[in-house]
Design a protein around this ligand. Structure first.
Ligand SMILES: *[C@@H]1O[C@H](CO)[C@@H](O)[C@H](O)[C@H]1NC(C)=O
Ligand SMILES: *[C@@H]1O[C@H](CO)[C@@H](O)[C@H](O)[C@H]1NC(C)=O
Ligand SMILES: *[C@@H]1O[C@H](CO)[C@@H](O)[C@H](O)[C@H]1NC(C)=O
Ligand SMILES: *[C@@H]1O[C@H](CO)[C@@H](O)[C@H](O)[C@H]1NC(C)=O
Ligand SMILES: *[C@@H]1O[C@H](CO)[C@@H](O)[C@H](O)[C@H]1NC(C)=O
Length: 334
């Protein structure tokens, strides 16, 4: 497909501006080559195959939703959307997923991709990248849990390296300042509005107590142990779930609608009910509060903002040409 388009553009009859177009096309190789019908001829049923697997996995556990979406984010933020997060460590290589700030990537996300890839391989061997399987599964998990359905761009290759040492500083942390968060998103081509929209991924899934216990017990000791931006009732509830020094349990990120991918997340923030400090910050900081308010107020606006932003995210650092391939098995390099 690429070769065809290329040879057309590179015909000898090309005028000088045609040559410029070719240069522009080469410069953009990667994200610009993504297409929603990329597998039309090589694996026409890929989307329905993945959808079937995601439906089954979601029926088995709602943890499928948050863990699959999180996997996609983590993958794209570290070295681009290239499936590098799916690789398991070997004796000689500690892979991305085993980095200290892997955000406790959950088994269910990996398992969804593994099953979906196996089903896709059975229908169309060696055609579809693991990265694209993850992108489709992420879209489906979102749409099946009440979030927006959006056409998913495809044509990413799987990357050829995955290193834990590459992760530090690339993923948003619960204790980042707003400026730090903005910078991390910006380095991935995402603006502040995209960042607020994408944060709705915390409308589903769980977080460990250790990610927010400082807000409950060590905010500004000794006079102010608890973060005052936390709703008091919510703080008391969380203290019950996460006693100081207790086991590192997991808590639902959105207590109101835990299995729905919806804009309740933003209403929680308005109510002092953001779980992580980096969630509540979006409301307390006046640079992002107007976006929170507008997404809280309108489901259609939320759908559009989220879909636009995640499509943009899916274009980050896409590998093409010799920089990638199609893995046979998602957790090991070919
Ligand atoms: C891909 O398939 C869809 C649906 O069958 C069709 O609408 C579209 O035109 C096809 N695209 C190409 C490039 O064949
Ligand atoms: C995430 O990293 C921790 C070590 O920091 C490791 O114990 C855990 O197994 C990793 N999670 C996955 C899913 O690999
Ligand atoms: C943020 O949390 C990490 C642990 O997740 C810690 O290493 C770091 O020191 C914290 N940064 C600040 C500014 O508190
Ligand atoms: C935002 O808040 C800062 C201080 O927190 C204040 O100086 C600034 O005027 C505010 N900006 C707007 C647009 O409200
Ligand atoms: C941010 O990007 C979105 C598209 O994802 C765009 O609609 C919006 O206008 C941008 N916002 C700013 C402030 O540039």
């Amino acid at each position: 497909m690429h070769a065809k388009r290329f040879s057309k553009m590179a015909r000898p009859s090309s005028s000088w501006w045609m040559a410029l177009l070719v240069v522009a096309a080469v410069a953009q190789l990667g994200a610009s080559d993504l297409r929603t019908d990329y597998y039309n001829s090589t694996c026409p049923n890929v989307e329905s195959i993945v959808l079937g697997v995601v439906k089954d996995k979601m029926q088995a556990t709602i943890r499928t939703i948050g863990s699959t979406v999180r996997l996609f984010f983590h993958d794209c933020f570290v070295d681009g959307c290239d499936g590098s997060v799916l690789i398991t460590s070997t004796a000689g290589n500690t892979a991305e997923r085993d980095a200290p700030d892997n955000l406790s990537l959950a088994f269910e996300g990996f398992e969804t991709v593994r099953s979906a890839k196996a089903a896709v391989e059975a229908a169309c061997p060696d055609q579809v990248s693991c990265t694209d399987v993850l992108a489709i599964a992420t879209r489906d998990a979102i749409a099946l849990s009440g979030g927006p359905f959006f056409p998913v761009e495809l044509g990413r290759l799987d990357g050829m390296r995955s290193s834990a040492s590459n992760v530090a500083g690339k993923l948003p942390q619960p204790n980042n300042t707003l400026s730090e968060l903005v910078a991390i998103f910006k380095s991935n081509g995402l603006n502040m509005s995209d960042m607020v929209a994408l944060s709705a991924a915390h409308s589903v899934g769980l977080a460990h107590c250790s990610k927010f216990s400082d807000r409950l017990y060590r905010y500004n000791p000794p006079s102010q142990p608890t973060d005052p931006t936390l709703n008091e009732k919510y703080a008391a509830f969380l203290k019950g779930k996460c006693p100081d020094g207790g086991p590192d349990m997991m808590v639902l990120m959105d207590q109101a609608t835990p299995a729905l991918f919806d804009n309740q997340y933003y209403r929680n923030l308005q109510d002092g009910g953001g779980l992580l400090a980096s969630d509540e910050l979006l409301y307390t900081d006046n640079r992002t509060r107007p976006t929170v308010d507008s997404l809280a107020a309108s489901t259609p606006d939320f759908y559009k903002a989220f879909a636009d932003a995640i499509v943009k995210l899916g274009r980050v650092g896409v590998k093409s040409g010799g920089k990638g391939n199609i893995r046979k098995q998602c957790d090991v390099f070919n």
